[in-house]
Design a protein. Structure first.
Length: 175
């Protein structure tokens, strides 16, 4: 439990430093509960016990899920810096453009872990819970990444330093 909390905390801190904001890391972290639920559900459905290997899978999911969120959020920010008129337009374009990379990275991890999950090969028995947890978590979280992150990003808006200059002036006039 300590390692999991430490991993989440360090990843969150790294994202705050990268995005220079608390908003976007919180948006990305909204998909973490879905990944953990997906992992636990997969373990339950397969009758696999929650052991140390499965817990390692839960911790690995933190990095894998956050990576997908970063792919989407960072591209949205790049589009806004290039002058895409609104955040919603940038999110729609980013969703279409980054759909394939998000799906490919998730599917690659899932396919790579299938032999372990199916208990194929020597030593697979020990790592089977890890593989099942990661496959279950990535399957669910990938779908939620493509839906929850854009909606949440739209709701919380952009950090002040990421807004194009014209939007900052408009927001200042409104206040």
């Amino acid at each position: 439990m300590t390692v999991a909390v430490l991993a989440v905390g360090l990843v969150f801190l790294l994202l705050v430093i990268q995005f220079r904001s608390y908003r976007l890391p919180l948006v990305i972290f909204l998909t973490l509960p879905f990944s953990q639920i997906g992992a636990l559900l997969a373990l339950r459905l397969t009758g696999t016990e929650l052991n140390i290997a499965a817990c390692m899978g839960l911790i690995m999911l933190v990095g894998l899920v956050v990576k997908n969120g970063i792919i989407l959020i960072e591209y949205t920010a790049q589009l806004r810096e290039q002058g895409i008129a609104t955040l919603s337009e940038a999110l729609a374009i980013a969703g279409r453009t980054r759909l394939r990379p998000v799906l490919m990275t998730s599917m690659t991890a899932i396919i790579a872990l299938l032999p372990l999950a199916l208990n194929i090969g020597s030593g697979a028995e020990l790592q089977k819970p890890l593989a099942i947890a990661v496959i279950g978590g990535l399957s669910i979280s990938t779908l939620f990444t493509l839906v929850v992150i854009p909606v949440a990003h739209l709701l919380v808006g952009e950090p002040e330093h990421r807004m194009p200059e014209a939007d900052r002036r408009d927001e200042t006039c409104i206040q």
